[in-house]
Ligand binder design. Structure first.
Ligand SMILES: Cc1cc2nc3c(=O)[nH]c(=O)nc-3n(C[C@H](O)[C@H](O)[C@H](O)COP(=O)(O)OP(=O)(O)OC[C@H]3O[C@@H](n4cnc5c(N)ncnc54)[C@H](O)[C@@H]3O)c2cc1C
Length: 386
């Protein structure tokens, strides 16, 4: 039986596995999904876990639940090495698994490269990060501090969304500040969303230090370079939202790369590797596609089709990305959206559209139905307006 190994159960890997399980096969391959965690994370809604607007099970369902009824075999383990010559994967628990076709969908990590960042700053990418931030905020809220000072490094989408959510959670006690070395927020965002973001940050008194580089993080302060000199700012919490770095597993691989990402052909095959596919944040075709869930979800469908075609001996198809628009969460129950065709809007209704679009993108129909039903039945209850 043909063995397909998928490394990473995020938007790229999990969605590829789910598509593979739905395709019509003459001879069904064995699909093994290898992932270190027990839960998938729908990261665009991770902020809502910190503000307790959504419970964890909605945003981070267990793989065992998502894969029930499919013939995808889930293996919870860290993949420590990929052997391309012998077509094997090495796992942290000592196992060695064979593959005929491999999908690399490991995503990226947040580089904490500035001195002190690893020790004293929190990244915001995984469920563990969200839990850690929630815990830290609870401790600060229960302390005797009059003000809670939060520095968010990075004025991209993640930094802005976190700033608005935290400002809403902390209320009058919050002193939230965004630091970014660029002179403008949301450098890669759409102009209408940028305007809405600036307005939302102003309404919440979120301070911005632009053109400012963070050069060190210390236990209770952060050291900044303003261009004309350095300064230190006292702070209770530093959040790091900047950067994407390929994980060590990919860095160690002797496969074609662009920077530290795997270099993929338009068919999502790693350049020159007939049996290795890659997608999501850890791969690039060098055309400047953004590292987003939107790209990874669309790639997953093509990746599954192309695996099916490769196994059936048919020519592969090229991936075509269709940008559908951009959502920004701008506080509790508020969002901004710019859709395909440049339709723009912001406010509570935009948050309802955002939630609806994400519901539609959730990984399986049963999970979508459970979450959708919970949201529907909560309408009118206090949580709906949280
Ligand atoms: C807070 C936040 C909000 C975001 N909001 C949006 C948004 O609104 N819209 C949007 O389009 N994008 C958004 N993104 C970006 C989006 O989440 C990523 O682009 C997307 O997750 C990339 O998918 P991926 O499959 O490449 O990686 P991921 O989804 O990160 O999945 C990679 C998986 O691989 C696993 N893994 C890695 N290495 C190993 C290993 N060696 N062994 C086993 N398992 C491994 C990881 O545990 C992880 O589960 C957001 C990201 C964050 C962090």
């Amino acid at each position: 039986m043909t063995q397909i190994g998928i490394v990473g159960g995020g938007f790229g890997g999990l969605y590829t596995a789910l598509h593979l399980s739905r395709l019509p096969w003459r001879q069904r391959p064995e699909v093994v999904l290898l992932e270190r965690n027990d839960r998938f994370v729908f990261s665009p809604l991770l902020y809502e876990v910190v503000t307790e607007e959504l419970p964890e099970w909605e945003v981070a369902p267990e793989y065992m639940d998502l894969l029930r009824g499919t013939n995808v075999l889930f293996v919870q383990s860290e993949v420590t090495a990929v052997e391309t010559d012998s077509q094997h994967l090495r796992l942290a628990d000592g196992r060695r698994l064979n593959w005929d076709y491999l999908v690399l969908a490991t995503g990226c990590e947040t580089p904490l490269a500035v001195p002190g960042a690893r020790e004293y700053a929190l990244p915001f990418r995984t469920l563990a990060d969200a839990r850690c931030l929630h815990q830290k905020l609870t401790e600060l809220e229960q302390s005797q501090r009059e003000k809670i000072r939060v520095c968010i490094v990075g004025g991209g989408a993640s930094g802005i969304e976190l700033a608005c959510k935290l400002a809403d959670r902390l209320g009058e006690r919050g002193r939230v500040r965004i630091l970014d070395r660029n002179r403008s927020l949301l450098m890669r965002g759409l102009p209408a969303n940028r305007e809405a973001a600036v307005k939302a940050l102003d309404q919440r008194n979120v301070w911005r230090d632009l053109g400012t580089q963070v050069i060190e993080v210390r236990p209770d302060e952060i050291v900044l370079d303003y261009g004309q000199g350095t300064d230190t700012l006292p702070t209770d919490l530093v959040l790091w939202t900047v950067g994407n770095r390929a994980p060590q597993l990919l860095q160690d691989l002797d496969l074609p790369k662009v920077g530290d990402r795997l270099h993929i052909e338009p068919t999502l095959r790693v350049a020159g590797q007939p049996t290795v596919f890659a997608l999501g944040d850890g791969a690039t075709d060098n055309t400047g596609q953004p590292a987003t869930a939107q790209v990874a979800i669309q790639q997953a469908q093509y990746c599954a089709w192309n695996l099916w075609r490769a196994i059936a001996g048919q020519p592969l198809v090229d991936f075509r990305y269709v940008p559908l628009g951009e959502f920004l969460s701008l506080g509790k129950g508020v969002a901004s959206l710019t859709t395909w065709g440049n339709l723009h809007g912001a406010g509570a209704w935009a948050d309802v559209v955002r939630r609806g679009a994400y519901l539609f993108r959730m990984p399986t129909p049963p999970h979508r139905a459970r979450v959708g039903w919970t949201w529907l039945t909560a309408l009118g209850s206090p949580r709906a307006g949280a």
